[in-house]
Design a protein around this ligand. Sequence first.
Ligand code: ATP
Ligand code: MG
Length: 571
Amino acid sequence: MKTFAKMSTTYAPTLKEDPAEAELASHKLLLRAGMIRKTAAGLYSYLPLAWRSLLKIETVIREEMEAIGAQEMLVPMVTPGELWHESGRWEKYGPELMRMQDRHEREFCLGPTHEETFTDLVRNELRSYKQLPVTLYQIQDKFRDEMRPRFGLMRGREFIMKDAYSFDATVEGMQRSYNDQKDAYARICERCGLRALPVVADSGQIGGDTSVEFMAVADAGEAELVWCDCGFAADTEAATAGIAVVEGASGDLEKVLTPDCATIADLAAFLGVPEAGTRKALAIVTGEGKPAVVFVPGDHEMNDVKAEHAFGEFHLMSDEEIEYYGLVKVFIGPIGLPEGIAAYADESLRNSAWWVVGANEKDNHYVHANLGRDFAMADDAWVDVATAQEGDACPRCGKPLHGARGIEVSQVFQLGTKYSEAMGATFMDEDGKEKPFQMGCYGIGVSRTLQAVVEQHHDEHGIVWPVCVAPYEVEIVPLDAKGVVWETAERLGSELVGAGLEVVVDDRKERAGVKFADADLMGYPYQVILGKRGVSNGVAEVKDRATGERTEVALDEVAAWLAGKVLPQRA
Ligand code: ATP
Ligand code: MG
């Protein structure tokens, strides 16, 4: 029979002080509330309260997977090295892959993700197009020997992931499976109480996305995002935003002395123009070993990831290289570039006629440099390399973008035939031909999601669990551990459980202050406070943890009152 839990026997060792090892609010609170403990760097134990919340997140995931026909199963966490050799990832993956040998000196690794295992699983037994599509998933511990495990569950070495793999006969089929997962991922975030932005991580040749990351919005997030009210969202590294270029003033080309202008800020202040009206020049050596300069709007940065797409494995020139190629540091511009140096510019500058640029002479800049009149750019000189930032125009609707930081909680990918081809995973198609599967893979960081929820839902007193993932929905706080107050607490506990609620009773012989502080720290959505006076008047005080609102409710109405609040908020 279901009954209420008791705080006196719940293993939740709380901490009074903020643990020194933790930086993020969510990490501190999970430690302080007795929900997680570190076993070693990047290795955490989930204590009973956190585990209850985790299981709720898993339930949401399972329900959403079932709704789209994905089937749960489990493969070994340990993966034979030979499968990773087949896919080519044994060499590529680097030290994050925890490799080991068995007693026969055969190679294995701890799965950081399981494309190889699932591809191997189906390659000999999923034989016909008639059996497709199939999506398989598991919820399992993953291991990645992260260089810098940190922030508690955010970047662990061992962590819990839900990983799914879809197998389709056609590209269109794969896209359908992918879209189903993507939609399910959005619902999972929402049902877990997470405000998350779907960010295009990679876009395909025909315009649609082929990978999306779900980013929980949080100042503590590692990713830098831009988003728009129209629904557009992107990682600044990937975003192709129509940067609104500030036009320089028109006029005759003029060379001006600009000593002591080592930075764009100095230059803009000296000339009395906005930084955006100047042009930043970066001297690079491209992946092919060719010297080049790249111009971006003065108030923007060049993005390394984008630049790598454009130039291959480029590097910024050292001072020696700048000198060697005849360039003048700080004063580089498109007019009078030394022979053999290619000029590139960010896409956004294509429609900008008037530039403020270096004069390729020490202490000199040009103002009113006109594209077309004073210098030319080759047709293939326009590249998308500037980092999008807050205030840039939304590429979809043109409105200014908002900036935010995000925590990647999940990601969906269209893989195509990358693994099926490498590993010879084929099926017999309708036309009688053997074809490689069209695959997709989909991962949710389950443990990271748990902490992301806390990062989004807390205040100075502790965690503020959304009902859907709270370890318990209601805590009863009797201010007396004996007599009529205690008897009322026990009776009410049974009644609330009878009404279908998840209840814990703080039956400890502690001071009221201690109980209140712990209740706030652990973050149960509703606290039912029972004092001597209230009980003798037949009332309880119910506190809503999220709003702080306190309501007096008649004892015999508490169960119905709470059920009316809690049940609609369940995921
Ligand atoms: P990151 O860029 O944060 O390292 P990733 O892109 O390498 O993550 P994926 O391979 O996409 O991660 O894994 C799927 C999900 O697993 C991620 O979206 C994230 O939520 C979770 N995850 C990945 N690495 C970790 C980790 N070290 N600790 C906890 N969760 C993780
Ligand atoms: Mg990812």
